[in-house]
Write a new protein. Structure first.
Length: 278
């Protein structure tokens, strides 16, 4: 653990390919290692061209999120739609006997319709980072999609990408061993919110606590800690503080899970998000 002071990067990312930096907490030492000139096929910089239909940005209600903030799935009983601008969100279900399960993570450019939550269960959409999302009443959003083929294409592509990502996650949890599950999850984070750093490394803020990661992957917390410790010992990861994660060798890490290549390919196929200033 580093004793370096930490601070948050904030402010507008208009015209920037680095939305994942919004709200990320980095130590002074780790910040020095960021490479602002790097432009790899990884993280939010992979799809810098503006593919977000401007009419969606113009008609949504901008919501500023903070860590741990629940986002209501209905407005006066009406269905809602969220488009993630700059944040990481968790969709979680709570069943009888207080059985909780993190179902999926949402990243910049993702969309969430409250109808995705199954009836008869307690569903929660929780902000894991400070950032921004756009919220719509479903009838407003539906009219926008009908009026704009570009908006419809964006929504369809985003939902398809999220469904594919969820399929990979479910396969990993159901079929892979503990180490492979964790590696697949780390590749998901590196691919979707990672920022290129010096010497070919990737840095991202870990949005979940150890307990939440264990829940998300169906692992025991102690097992998770042992695997993380081994990956650090092998030189694949470093953690200068509790929240910041450096992937030192992305190719070597990816080789540890058969799902890595599929996870990485999703980011390259997905929509980018660069919304107009509000």
């Amino acid at each position: 653990m580093s004793d370096s002071p930490s601070f948050a990067i904030s402010g507008s990312t208009k015209g920037s390919c680095w939305p994942a930096l919004q709200g990320i907490h980095l130590t002074t030492d780790s910040l020095k290692e960021l490479d602002p000139l790097s432009r790899g096929d990884i993280g939010p910089s992979a799809n810098c061209p503006d593919m977000f239909p401007p009419e969606l940005g113009e008609h949504g209600t901008l919501v500023h999120t903070r860590h741990g903030q629940p986002l209501p799935l209905s407005l006066c009983g009406e269905e809602t739609v969220f488009v993630v601008r700059m944040a990481t969100l968790l969709f979680r279900l709570t069943l009888a006997d207080n059985i909780r399960q993190g179902v999926t993570l949402l990243y910049p450019g993702d969309v969430f319709r409250s109808a995705f939550a199954p009836p008869g269960s307690a569903a929660h959409l929780i902000a894991l980072t400070s950032g921004e999302v756009l919220r719509y009443r479903f009838d407003t959003f539906s009219r926008l999609l009908s009026a704009s083929p570009a908006a419809r294409d964006y929504f369809d592509l985003a939902v398809a990408r999220q469904a594919a990502r969820q399929a990979i996650h479910l396969t990993a949890v159901g079929q892979l061993d503990s180490s492979q599950r964790l590696v697949t999850f780390l590749m998901e984070l590196a691919t979707h919110i990672g920022v290129p750093a010096s010497e070919g490394r990737i840095v991202f803020e870990m949005p979940l606590s150890r307990t939440e990661v264990a829940e998300y992957l169906g692992l025991n917390a102690d097992t998770l800690s042992r695997i993380m410790s081994r990956l650090r010992t092998e030189g694949l990861l470093t953690q200068p503080d509790r929240h910041t994660m450096f992937v030192r060798d992305l190719a070597a890490l990816a080789a540890l899970s058969p799902a890595s290549q599929s996870m990485m390919s999703l980011r390259l196929a997905g929509p980018a998000v660069d919304l107009p200033e509000r």
